[in-house]
Design a protein around this ligand. Structure first.
Ligand SMILES: *[C@@H]1O[C@H](CO)[C@@H](O)[C@H](O)[C@H]1NC(C)=O
Ligand SMILES: *[C@@H]1O[C@H](CO)[C@@H](O)[C@H](O)[C@H]1NC(C)=O
Length: 418
C-alpha cells in the first residue's frame, strides 16, 4: 500500500523577480512520497543516430499543480499572467543522469511522449506546453566518478531544440575546462535561445532550502491498494517498447520497427492489417512506402484516409496470388485511399485482372518483336540491353496487365531462340 500525503510549498521563483503565480499563493506538490519511483524507460535509438537499445532510469514521478505563466511586454513596461493552466494537475518525471548526448535525452523525451499518446492520457504536444522538458547538464574529466557542477536549461520547445541545447551546453562546459576556467561553471538556470543556438544565464540557482514545505490540510490521504494498481496495469494498452519487441520478433528491420511503433495510430493500422492475415513485411512496405508518401503529400494522418486495413490486406493477397501485378496494385491503392471501396470492386470496374495466360502473352511478344525489326537487329548484334525496351513495349500493349514474371520468361526465350 502506498500512502500519498499531499504537501505544498510557496510559489516557485522562476526567474529572478519573476514569480510563477498561483492565485492562492502556494503550489501543491508531492514531496517525500511521490506517486512512483525507481523506474526505467527502455527505448531504441533510431539508426540515423547510431542505433542501439538503451535503458534510462527514472528517479521519481510526482504530481503537482501547474502554475501561472508570466508574459512580459517587449517594452518591459507591463506583464500579463496566463492562469489557464494554474491549478491543473501535472506529472513531473525526473530521470536518472543516464544520458550522455543531446540525442539520447531527446529520444528519452520522445519515448515519454509516445507513452503518453499510447495511453491516451494527453496529446504530448511540446508546442502547446502539454509536455515540457527541462534538463540538467554537467561534464566531468575522464576517470572522475563524481558528476561536475550541473547547469539547468529551460525554454526548449521541441525534441530537436532539447538535443541541440544539450550538445551546445556540453561543448560550452568542455571548453571552459580546456581553458582552465572550470570555476566559471556554476549552478544556475540558463535559457536556450533558438535564434542564436546558444544558452544564456537566466538566474543563479538558489538551493532547495528556499522551498518551505508543509502538509496540505485540505487534501485527504490517497491509498493505492495492490489490487487497484494491478487493475490499472491490466487495463493498459501495449506500450511502445513491448510493441517494438513484438515487431522485431516478426523479423522486421529495426528501421521498420521504429517507424511503425513511433505513432500509435500507424501501429494500430499495421496491427489491424496483420489481423486480416497480411504478411508483416509486405504490409510494412506498403505503409512505409506508398501510403506514407501520400499522407505526407496531403498532410493527412492514416486514420483520415478511406483505405481500411482490411482492404490493404486484400490488396496484398491479390498481388501475392497473381491476380494483379504490383504496378496495378499501386494504382488501386491510390483509388482506395481517395475513394474507398474494395480491391475486388476496383479490379472488376476497371478490368485490371493480370494477364497470366502464356499464349496471350506470347502473342503480344511476337507482335512487339515483329513491329520493331530495327531494335531486334540491334539486339542480335549484341545490344542485349534492349530486352528492357521490348518488355516495356509488351507491358504497354497489355495496359500494364501482363504478368511481369511470365512476360520476362517468354520474352527471354523468344530472344534467345531467335
Ligand atoms: C536539476 O537539478 C535540480 C537541483 O537538484 C533539481 O531540482 C531539478 O529538478 C533538476 N531538473 C531536472 C530537469 O532534472
Ligand atoms: C486471390 O486473393 C483474393 C483476396 O484474398 C481472393 O479474393 C481471390 O479469390 C484470390 N484469387 C486466386 C486466383 O487465388
Amino acid at each position: 500500500q502506498h500512502r500519498l500525503p499531499h504537501l505544498h510549498g510557496p510559489p516557485r521563483d522562476i526567474a529572478g523577480s519573476e514569480r510563477k503565480d498561483l492565485p492562492k499563493g502556494y503550489q501543491i506538490s508531492q514531496f517525500d512520497i511521490p506517486i512512483a519511483e525507481k523506474g526505467y524507460l527502455d527505448l531504441d535509438i533510431p539508426m540515423e543516430f547510431g542505433g542501439g537499445h538503451r535503458r534510462f532510469g527514472v528517479t521519481r514521478v510526482h504530481m503537482e499543480e501547474d502554475a501561472g505563466k508570466l508574459l512580459h511586454s517587449e517594452s518591459g513596461s507591463f506583464s500579463q499572467v496566463d492562469l489557464n493552466r494554474a491549478g491543473v494537475p501535472l506529472l513531473e518525471i525526473v530521470s536518472e543522469p543516464d544520458m550522455r548526448t543531446g540525442i539520447e535525452a531527446a529520444e528519452y523525451g520522445a519515448e515519454i511522449q509516445r507513452v503518453v499518446r499510447y495511453l491516451g492520457v494527453g496529446n504530448g504536444n511540446m508546442q502547446e506546453g502539454s509536455l515540457r522538458c527541462d534538463v540538467n547538464v554537467s561534464v566531468r574529466p575522464i576517470g572522475q566518478s563524481e558528476f561536475g557542477t550541473k547547469v539547468e536549461i529551460k525554454n526548449m520547445n521541441s525534441f530537436s531544440e532539447i538535443s541541440r541545447a544539450i550538445d551546445y551546453e556540453i561543448s560550452r562546459q568542455i571548453l571552459l575546462h580546456k581553458e582552465s576556467q572550470a570555476d566559471k561553471i556554476v549552478q544556475e538556470t540558463r535559457l536556450w535561445d533558438e535564434s542564436s543556438q546558444k544558452t544564456f544565464t537566466m538566474r543563479k540557482k538558489e538551493g532547495l532550502a528556499d522551498y518551505r514545505y508543509f502538509p496540505e490540510p485540505d487534501l485527504p490521504e490517497v491509498v493505492l491498494t495492490s489490487d487497484y494498481i494491478d487493475e490499472i496495469r491490466n487495463s493498459m494498452p501495449e506500450l511502445p517498447e513491448a510493441k517494438r519487441r513484438r515487431y522485431e520478433n516478426m523479423g522486421l528491420s529495426m528501421q521498420d520497427v521504429i517507424f511503425l511503433a513511433n505513432d500509435d495510430i500507424v501501429a494500430h493500422f499495421f496491427d489491424s492489417t496483420l489481423e486480416r492475415g497480411a504478411d508483416a513485411k509486405l504490409a510494412a512496405n506498403w505503409i512505409m512506402g506508398d501510403i506514407t508518401a501520400y499522407l505526407k503529400n496531403e498532410k493527412l494522418s492514416i486514420d483520415e484516409i478511406k483505405l481500411t486495413p482490411l482492404e490493404l490486406s486484400e490488396l496484398i493477397a491479390f498481388i501475392k496470388n497473381g491476380t494483379i501485378s504490383g504496378k496495378i496494385g499501386k494504382e488501386i491503392l491510390v483509388e482506395l485511399i481517395t475513394k474507398g471501396g474494395t480491391v475486388k470492386s476496383v479490379i472488376e470496374e476497371k478490368d485490371l485482372v493480370q494477364i497470366a495466360d502464356p499464349a496471350a502473352i506470347e502473342a503480344m511478344v511476337d507482335k512487339v518483336l515483329a513491329e520493331n525489326p530495327k531494335q531486334l537487329e540491334q539486339y542480335r548484334a549484341g545490344k542485349t540491353k534492349l530486352q528492357g525496351f521490348f518488355a516495356g513495349q509488351v507491358m504497354k500493349a497489355s495496359k500494364g496487365k501482363a504478368s511481369p514474371v511470365l512476360l520476362n520468361k517468354i520474352l527471354g526465350e523468344k530472344l534467345k531462340g531467335n
